[in-house]
Design a protein around this ligand. Structure first.
Ligand SMILES: Cc1cc2nc3c(=O)[nH]c(=O)nc-3n(C[C@H](O)[C@H](O)[C@H](O)COP(=O)(O)OP(=O)(O)OC[C@H]3O[C@@H](n4cnc5c(N)ncnc54)[C@H](O)[C@@H]3O)c2cc1C
Length: 260
């Protein structure tokens, strides 16, 4: 049985929370740590929060990256106005955070005999990192970026027992090319695959997984306004029906015929 949470019955909080730190990591990447003793113990890998930003209308969805007993962290990249303003917020200030939201990755399935494989691109590394820290069985992370400077937290994965295979488009580290080509060369018939990253990358991962008839889960990203299924802005076609990335996902089984 999968351990995914039923979103309708799951507990969630909507509070003004104190920023513990908001550190620049490298390039346009930041780590935001907020204090939430309610959210931290119940958050599971794959879930996200809707984070409000001063002087903007809609909240921004961010995956949960790490938790401690009393804090929740997010790893984010400056993309536009919202994340730019977020990056200027300082410890002691507060942000309104709704979460944890969505379904998590199914983890620690007894039926899986082979190594788990994680495939991440860009800030998809955030949700995959939380997953890696919770999976009992360690496996391989396949991580792709344009250049080596954009590869984040490699040593953290190694520290918790994961093998790390990297691909960079400019060849500055690891395999030169797309992470999906590296995956294709190394995947075996016993693997279970979890992925989060750019849509094009996930499309290719899904096709590799299907070709080999493996089990796989993808965490989708769609623009969303509410995060709880009311606005229906994040609808995606799954088989013959539409599902909401925010409440039916963001994690979907690759066997569900995802139209990404
Ligand atoms: C479930 C989920 C988890 C995510 N996790 C992360 C994460 O861990 N780290 C991270 O850096 N980014 C993550 N994103 C993407 C992040 O939400 C966007 O980069 C961010 O909303 C951009 O806001 P902005 O105001 O800076 O950009 P703008 O482009 O100015 O945003 C304008 C509007 O579009 C929305 N928007 C823009 N891009 C996206 C997008 N890709 N997805 C959803 N809404 C978008 C914003 O919410 C905002 O309302 C996630 C998205 C989803 C759906």
């Amino acid at each position: 049985m999968s351990k995914r949470k039923n979103n309708l019955t799951a507990k969630r909080w909507d509070n003004q929370l104190k920023i513990k730190s908001n550190k620049h990591i490298c390039l346009s990447f930041y780590e935001l740590i907020i204090e939430s003793k309610n959210m931290a113990p119940i958050a599971v890998p794959g879930q996200f929060c809707m984070v409000s930003v001063p002087n903007t209308y809609l909240r921004r969805p961010l995956s949960i990256y790490k938790t401690t007993k009393t804090t929740v962290s997010f790893l984010y990249k400056i993309i536009g106005k919202g994340t730019e303003i977020l990056s200027t917020m300082r410890p002691g200030e507060t942000v309104k955070v709704l979460g944890p939201l969505g379904t998590g990755y199914p983890i620690n399935q007894k039926s899986v005999v082979g190594e788990p494989i994680l495939v991440a691109g860009g800030t998809g590394i955030a949700s995959v990192h939380f997953l890696a820290s919770k999976l009992k069985k360690k496996g391989i992370l396949f991580y792709g970026a344009r250049t080596k400077k954009e590869l984040l937290c490699l040593s953290e994965f190694k520290k918790i027992g994961w093998k790390v295979f990297v691909a960079t488009e400019d060849g500055s580290k690891g395999f030169k090319g797309y992470v999906t080509d590296l995956l294709k060369q190394n995947i075996t018939k016993n693997n279970i695959v979890y992925t989060c990253g750019p849509t094009l990358m996930m499309k290719k991962v899904i096709s590799i997984v299907k070709e080999l008839n493996l089990k796989g889960y993808a965490s989708l990203e769609e623009k969303m306004a509410c995060g709880i299924g009311n606005c229906q802005g994040c609808a995606v076609k799954v088989g013959d029906e539409y599902k909401m990335v925010c409440k039916d996902g963001p994690v979907f089984s690759m066997s569900e015929n995802l139209n990404v």
